[in-house]
Design a protein around this ligand. Structure first.
Ligand code: KIV
Length: 254
């Protein structure tokens, strides 16, 4: 069954939503075979497969290239693409053009945008233009230089209240879902109960309406993975063994 923003809304309170990242046709086919609900072409493509230290260097061209590769496999999952660093803070007409490129030329069915309540007016304008927006709050990897690293969010009363307000503002603005990254589980639970749209958590506890994970982290393919990501299959170790076996066969002229 094709997943849409509508089927995700209907899932809230009924079934958990399974989301995963993918950046190419190979992993998109794997995600489809595993029947996930949402495939995110995350800007984590930068640090996970392109060799950057963070998501900050990821450009619109890179997102377009990887989104198109995933969409060409025609997944039943909803295909969402990240809006990279800085873009959502620029001219609205430029942002709309980039969303149009990702949707019209690359096959994205939604975009994900990092940002607190200050991003709500932009989300409202995109929604009015027919662009489905998945709002991303809590840890925003695009702010890594400003923050000086990665951390848990919502630990102070002020930050807790600010994130709760941002969640409500994004819902009001028309976001079809919220991504809650690395926030204290009590806050993720309160947000999930306070909004009618689905919440998708990562490192934010079990109370969300669904979860997302970086595929390479759970397949043992990431050199650095967050502690909350369980390795379900260590394909990295298996791949090294397979390539070594091939190398041995070549060297022994087999
Ligand atoms: O880019 C990404 O992979 C993300 C994660 C939070 C899933 O946004």
């Amino acid at each position: 069954m094709k997943r849409t923003t509508k089927t995700l809304r209907q899932a809230k309170g009924n079934s958990q939503i399974v989301c995963i990242t993918s950046y190419d046709a190979v992993t998109a086919r794997l995600a489809s075979a595993a029947d996930v609900d949402v495939i995110l072409i995350g800007d984590s493509v930068g640090n996970v497969v392109l060799g950057f230290d963070s998501t900050v260097p990821v450009t619109v061209d890179m997102m377009a290239h990887h989104t198109a590769a995933v969409a060409r496999t025609h997944p039943a999952a909803l295909v969402a693409a990240d809006i990279p660093f800085g873009v959502a803070h620029g001219e609205f007409s430029e942002l709309l053009k980039i969303c149009m490129r990702l949707m019209q030329e690359c096959g994205a069915e939604a975009v994900k945008i990092e940002g607190g309540a200050e991003m709500a007016p932009t989300i409202a304008r995109l929604t009015a233009a027919g662009v489905p927006v998945w709002a991303h709050i809590g840890l925003q990897s695009q702010n890594v230089y400003q923050e000086g690293g990665y951390r848990k969010f919502g630990k102070t009363d002020a930050e807790y209240a600010e994130l709760l307000a941002a969640a409500k503002a994004h819902e009001q603005a028309g976001a079809f879902a919220l991504l809650l990254e690395m926030m204290v589980p009590e806050l993720a639970e309160e947000i999930t109960k306070s909004v009618a749209i689905p919440t998708i958590g990562i490192g934010s506890g079990k109370a969300c309406d669904g979860q997302i994970i970086v595929m390479h982290d759970i397949l043992g393919l990431s050199p650095k993975k967050p502690s909350f990501a369980k390795v379900y299959a260590d394909l990295g170790t298996q791949a090294v063994a397979a390539i070594s076996e091939y190398g041995k066969a070549v060297r022994e002229k087999q």
